[in-house]
Design a protein around this ligand. Structure first.
Ligand code: ADP
Ligand code: MG
Length: 243
C-alpha cells in the first residue's frame, strides 16, 4: 500500500543511497569486464594479468551484489510461518555446501513451536548468513546444530551452534559493523544485514564465542512483533491490514 511504501522509504534512505551507488558502479563494471574478456581472447601473452584483472573485477561485482541485497527497500511482508519448516528449508539449501566442507548440520526444533509472524524471505536470509559463517568457521569440518524452542509465551529462541575457530573477544563488538570481515574473500555485510532484519522483527541477536572451541549465535524473536512497542510492530500492522 502507499502508506507502507512511504514508511519503507523513510526507513531506508541510506539503503537507497547505497543501491543507487551500487547500480551506478555495476554498469561500467559490466562493460569493463566484457572488454577485459574480449582482450583476453585476442591476446595470447601475459594471460595471468588478465586473470588477475578478471578476479579483481569479480570481487567488485561480489561486493556490489551484496550491497544491492542489503539495500533492498524495507518492504516488509509479515505473515505467520512455521519456523520448523523455515529452518529445515534453509538447512536443505546449504547441505551441499556443508558436505563439501565436511560439515554436518543437525536441527533440533521443538515440535510444538507456535507459528511466528515474520518476513519469511528475510528470516531465511539471516539463517543462510549464519549457517554460511558457521560452515566457514570450520575449514576442517565439524558439526552445526540449529535449535529452536519457545523461550516464553511471547518469544522464540533460535540458536546456531558451531564448533569452529571462534571469535576473539576484541572482535565481538565489531560484528555487524559494515565491511567488518576477517576472511580473505569476505565482504562483511552478512551480519550487518542480519542484525537489521532481526531488529525489524523486534528481535535481538547476540554472539557467544570461545576461540578454538566454537560460536553460538542466539536470536530472540517475538512470536508476534505487533505485541511489542517498536518500529517492526507498526510496519507489521500496516502490512497485515493491507492484505
Ligand atoms: P563475512 O562472512 O563476509 O566475513 P559477516 O558479516 O558474515 O561477513 O561476518 C563478519 C565476521 O564475523 C567474519 O569475517 C568473522 O570474522 C566473524 N564471524 C561471524 N560468524 C562467525 C562464526 N560463526 N565463527 C567465527 N567467526 C565468525
Ligand atoms: Mg558471512
Amino acid at each position: 500500500s502507499e502508506e507502507l511504501m512511504i514508511k519503507s522509504e523513510k526507513l531506508s534512505v541510506v539503503g537507497q543511497l547505497a543501491a543507487g551507488v551500487a547500480h551506478e558502479i555495476r554498469n561500467p563494471l559490466t562493460a569493463l569486464k566484457g572488454f577485459v574478456q574480449l582482450l583476453q581472447s585476442n591476446v595470447h601473452t601475459k594471460d595471468e594479468y588478465f586473470n588477475i584483472m578478471l578476479s579483481e573485477l569479480d570481487r567488485i561485482e561480489l561486493i556490489i551484489n551484496e550491497l544491492l541485497i542489503l539495500a533492498k527497500p524495507v518492504d516488509v511482508q509479515f505473515q505467520f510461518h512455521d519456523l520448523k519448516v523455515l529452518i529445515e528449508t534453509v538447512v536443505a539449501l546449504l547441505r551441499t555446501q556443508a558436505i563439501l566442507s565436511n560439515v554436518q548440520i543437525a536441527t533440533d526444533c521443538d515440535p510444538a513451536l507456535p507459528a511466528v509472524l515474520c518476513d519469511e524471505n528475510r528470516l531465511k536470509q539471516v539463517l543462510v548468513n549464519l549457517l554460511k559463517n558457521a560452515i566457514e568457521a570450520m575449514p576442517r569440518g565439524g558439526q552445526i546444530v540449529v535449535q529452536a524452542r519457545q523461550e516464553d509465551d511471547r518469544t522464540i529462541l533460535i540458536r546456531v551452534i558451531d564448533e569452529g575457530m571462534g571469535i576473539p573477544e576484541d572482535s565481538l563488538p565489531r560484528l555487524g559493523e559494515p565491511f567488518f570481515t576477517t576472511k580473505e574473500k569476505g565482504v562483511g555485510l552478512g551480519l550487518t544485514m542480519s542484525y537489521q532484519i532481526i531488529e525489524s522483527h523486534g528481535g535481538q541477536m547476540h554472539f557467544e564465542s570461545e576461540v578454538g572451541a566454537g560460536t553460538t549465535v542466539e536470536i530472540l524473536l517475538p512470536i508476534d512483533p505487533r505485541a511489542a512497542n517498536n518500529r517492526a510492530a507498526v510496519d507489521a500492522e500496516v502490512s497485515c491490514q493491507s492484505k
